[in-house]
Design a protein around this ligand. Structure first.
Ligand code: G4P
Length: 533
């Protein structure tokens, strides 16, 4: 039923409802690149298998940062892939893989409305999956699970589901179930539709899988005499013991629908696309501090979730990746940069299409645009059509690696400070100022240090060495009152620092040190994450 009193433009409501914005999360090698490629293939956005894969190998062919730099043009365009599927517009946001893994990955997840989690069926839940799912949980992002590589010798499906539930603390609702595995992988049974989709190996096939209706169908006994008995047993068990899919639970991030398949063989991929369209949410209302912003509001708004230095670092040209939260983007529009209190013209923003032949220059909530700028935009910045909003929820995470910056040429200390301040603001690395003015760098991924060292050299002409620092972890501090703050700062001065925005941080030398200090100061808040702004 449509609400005739709705204050929102109907056209905008219609366009927003068609958007699906998601990312794929997985441990390296589980099959994220393969699935990305197959989704684009089924979405009609690319014609040939191998396109995305080639980009990945180009990226991984070298660990040398200068080479990575050369690849940036490619990585900008592959950061967001937009394609149309069954009347919907799908935005697939790429999260960097493990070699260039950094805080970027976390922040990209704040800009999506759903995620597809890929699990390698031989390996189960792996370390990176746990981390990424924790980030999704900060916003209760709905998760669709794809258990991949069923064409290999893999673990028992019941075991895998139990592990997902135990380790990731999310309820599983199987939607498809494997019929055999490894060399005897015959297909999947769709629990809701009571039909078997027959597996055929092959990378290039794009036709629909053969369907056999009804689990009691005698055709199944004839075709799969060795495997069908097990499937019937399994299904009986599932129907008795496991959770049926419930849309509300999925949307609340509490339950994940689980699909089995083999990405490389194009099998199970269409079901994922269908689930994205049928179940994943369109863009939702977002908290902008003073109020919730509805996606179909007429006025444009959104936030920057990632910054990427562009191809020519000498000109300090950067692209800010901006998630639209409401209204409609049009080229040349004027917007307010809320933090800076200035007007800005969005003249040459990039819009993204997986199929690069199509040019587009509009966007609505859920879409991503890339804004060229020279450092005016930082992660977490909000742009609006006038209102002083401030979108929340883009996190800084406590770094896991620390290095002290030391100059080869001590006369360059001003440039070093300036460079680190700017790179810190951009979000390339976290920078803490210690007592006495020394700078400490914190990162989530080790490549971040390499990137920063290279950029300091290229863009600021500073040759810095990063030395290991005796720090285990950092915690942002909040104090109940001024007196506690002063007392704490006096006692702990040697373990204190300030982040780029001047917030006080406790730099613990060990887990033990952190625990002792927390016990001693029960009223002080020690926080492992902090929101921008
Ligand atoms: P990632 O992006 O998550 O790191 O994984 P990616 O898709 O690159 O896949 C990792 C490896 O797993 C690749 O093999 C890929 O071909 C393989 N793979 C992906 N899906 C399936 C599947 O359904 N079944 C099987 N058997 N293998 C799968 P590789 O040897 O590392 O690379 P390549 O030589 O195939 O390029």
């Amino acid at each position: 039923m449509t609400d005739t009193h709705t204050p929102y433009p109907p056209e905008l409501m219609r366009d927003v409802a068609k958007r699906r914005t998601f990312a794929i999360i997985s441990h390296p090698d589980a099959g994220k690149t393969t699935l990305t490629e197959k989704l684009l293939l089924f979405g009609g956005a690319i014609q040939l298998a191998g396109t995305v894969k080639a980009r990945k190998s180009a990226r991984h062919a070298t660990s040398d940062w200068m080479e990575v730099e050369k690849q940036r043009g490619i990585s900008v365009t592959s950061s967001v892939m937009q394609f149309d599927y069954q009347g919907h517009t799908i935005n697939l946001l790429d999260t960097p893989g493990h070699e260039d893994f950094s805080e970027d990955t976390y922040r990209v997840l704040t800009a999506v409305d759903a995620a597809v989690m890929v699990i390698d069926a031989a390996k189960g839940v792996e370390a990176q999956t746990i981390k990424l799912l924790d980030v999704c949980r900060l916003r209760d992002t709905p998760i669709i699970t794809f258990v991949n590589k069923l064409d290999r010798e893999v673990r028992e499906p019941f075991d895998l589901l139990a592990e997902i539930e135990d380790v990731l603390k999310i309820q599983c609702a199987p939607v498809t179930w494997p019929l055999g595995m490894g060399k005897a992988f015959r297909g999947v049974y769709h629990l809701q539709e009571d039909r078997v989709l027959r597996f055929t190996a092959g990378e290039e096939k794009r036709s629909e899988a053969e369907v056999i209706k009804g689990i009691a169908n005698a055709q199944l006994d004839a075709l799969f005499p060795m495997e069908i008995g097990q499937l019937r047993e399994d299904v009986e068990l599932i129907q008795g013991a496991s959770n049926p899919f419930m849309l509300g639970e999925f949307l609340a991030g509490k339950q994940t629908p689980v699909f089995f398949g083999s990405g490389i063989n194009n099998f199970g991929v269409q079901e994922i696309l269908q689930a994205l369209i049928d179940w994943a949410p369109p863009p939702q209302a977002r908290d902008a501090g003073s109020r919730m912003v509805q996606p179909a509001e007429e006025k444009f708004s959104g936030f920057v979730f990632k910054i990427q230095a562009n191809m020519d670092p000498k000109h300090r040209d950067r692209i800010a990746f901006f998630r639209i939260c409401s209204g409609r983007y049009s080229s040349g529009m004027k917007v307010r940069h809320v933090r800076a209190g200035r007007e800005m013209k969005l003249a040459n923003a990039l819009t993204f299409m997986a199929n690069e032949r199509v040019l587009k220059d509009d966007g609505v909530a859920g879409d991503i645009i890339g804004i060229h700028n020279h450092g005016q935009l930082q992660i977490g910045d909000t742009l609006t059509e006038g209102e002083a909003l401030g979108f929340k929820g883009i996190p800084y995470f406590s770094p896991e690696l620390f290095r002290a910056a030391r100059l080869r040429d001590p006369l360059k200390s001003k440039q070093l400070q300036k460079g680190l301040q700017e790179l810190g603001e951009e979000g390339a690395i976290q920078v803490f100022e210690l007592e006495g003015g020394n700078m400490l760098l914190g990162a989530v991924g080790v490549l971040q240090f390499e990137v920063v060292a290279q950029r300091l050299k290229d863009e600021y002409k500073v040759d810095a060495i990063f030395e290991s620092a005796d720090i285990h972890t950092a915690r942002w501090l909040t104090f109940p009152d001024e007196l506690t703050r002063r007392n704490f700062e006096r006692e702990q001065a040697h373990r204190m620092g300030k982040d780029v925005d001047g917030n006080p941080v406790y730099l613990a030398s060990s887990r033990y040190n952190l625990e002792v200090t927390m016990e001693k100061w029960p009223k002080v808040g020690f926080h492992a994450t902090r929101e921008h702004g």
